[in-house]
Ligand binder design. Structure first.
Ligand SMILES: C[S@@+](CC[C@H](N)C(=O)[O-])C[C@H]1O[C@@H](n2cnc3c(N)ncnc32)[C@H](O)[C@@H]1O
Length: 312
């Protein structure tokens, strides 16, 4: 996931020396394609006006935080790297509006998918906005209003938990229960993909403010962090050109899990192999470039967003 996509800032390095770069292995994955100038100009022309009164928080979230086309390409490539074939059945945990599920089924006529979320409001929004317009194609997806620890209808080739949503589990036994359920539910040659967010900056009380191409400002507000427990409270606010603001549009009462903790849990859940993919550095030497490569060492940045690939 690259800096323009992720909820928090994503990669921010402190100008590390070449010695500190991760050891790159086979399996390069390009996750984000930078928008070219023409594309940017086109977006600017057709801009809508958002205000706190009229804006829809789910729509703003999708614009600010998600890039489903790049995500799907990443998932396909990673699966091909391990399994040398195409994945067809996909499961999106914590699916929210189901944007990734909807993108997956549109990508190929044989693709099928399931999405899991416990919130009826967000699922209903997704059905209306992300599935109804697809007509017959939508019949290849099934949304479940269920806990992510519940089994799938069909064992998935790829199961994914994006945007750190599993941070909702505050106890190790809950995270383990979830990862065990994922292991048992996957197809025999399935993979489980989780993203994770870390680095020293993630433990600071701070705000990241970013202008979104569609014409509003996104704020990732790290409001609280308790080092004794890992408890972490963040919010998303949206600010508009007319000076209005949608404050606390989304709230995240999480535990900030460390990468090594999650790897240990995945291994305890039964996954024999867990590998991590790290983002490369942009020409400016500070930001991420959207290119993810497998690395054993990682990179010691101020903040980073990394993928965990758990292979069954
Ligand atoms: C941060 S949003 C993720 C939205 C989207 N998948 C994304 O990647 O941006 C987290 C979602 O997880 C859902 N959720 C929280 N706990 C859950 C659980 N135990 N089982 C299923 N869904 C859950 C919430 O309703 C919410 O829609």
């Amino acid at each position: 996931m690259a800096t323009t996509k992720t909820r928090p800032k994503g990669k921010r390095s402190s100008k590390s020396s070449p010695k500190d770069q991760p050891r790159v292995e086979r399996g390069e994955v390009v996750r984000k394609k930078k928008k070219d100038k023409k594309e940017k100009r086109k977006k600017k022309k057709g801009k809508r006006t958002f205000t706190a009164k009229t804006a829809d928080r789910h729509e703003l979230y999708q614009f600010a935080v998600q890039s489903p086309d790049e995500d799907v390409k990443f998932l396909e490539r990673v699966y091909r790297t391990y399994r040398k074939k195409q994945a067809r059945h996909f499961r999106e945990d914590f699916c929210g509006t189901g944007l990734l599920t909807s993108t997956w089924i549109q990508r190929h006529k044989e693709n099928t998918a399931e999405g899991f979320d416990i919130d009826p409001e967000v699922l209903a929004w997704g059905v209306d906005r992300n599935f109804a317009p697809l007509g017959e194609v939508a019949s290849r997806a099934r949304l479940h209003m269920k806990d992510v620890r519940e089994p799938s209808t069909t064992p998935p080739d790829i199961r994914s938990a994006q945007n750190f949503s599993y941070f909702i589990f505050k106890e190790r036994r809950e995270l383990l229960e979830y990862c065990k359920a994922a292991y048992e539910d996957l197809a025999e040659d399935g993979i489980f993909v989780m993203d994770i967010y870390g680095g020293p900056e993630t433990m600071e009380v701070m705000e990241e403010v970013r202008k979104v191409d569609e014409g509003f400002t996104y704020v990732w507000d790290q409001d609280e962090y308790w080092p004794a427990t890992g408890d972490f409270q963040a919010y998303i606010h949206f600010r508009f050109k007319d000076g209005t603001e949608l404050k606390k549009a989304f709230s995240y009462p999480w535990r900030l899990w460390s990468l090594t903790e999650v790897i240990d849990v995945l291994k305890d859940a039964g996954f024999p192999k867990v590998e991590t993919y790290w983002e490369g550095t942009d020409k400016n030497g500070v930001d991420g470039n959207g290119v993810y490569r497998k690395s054993k060492k990682g990179e010691n940045c101020l903040s980073w967003v990394t993928y965990l690939i758990a292979v069954k």
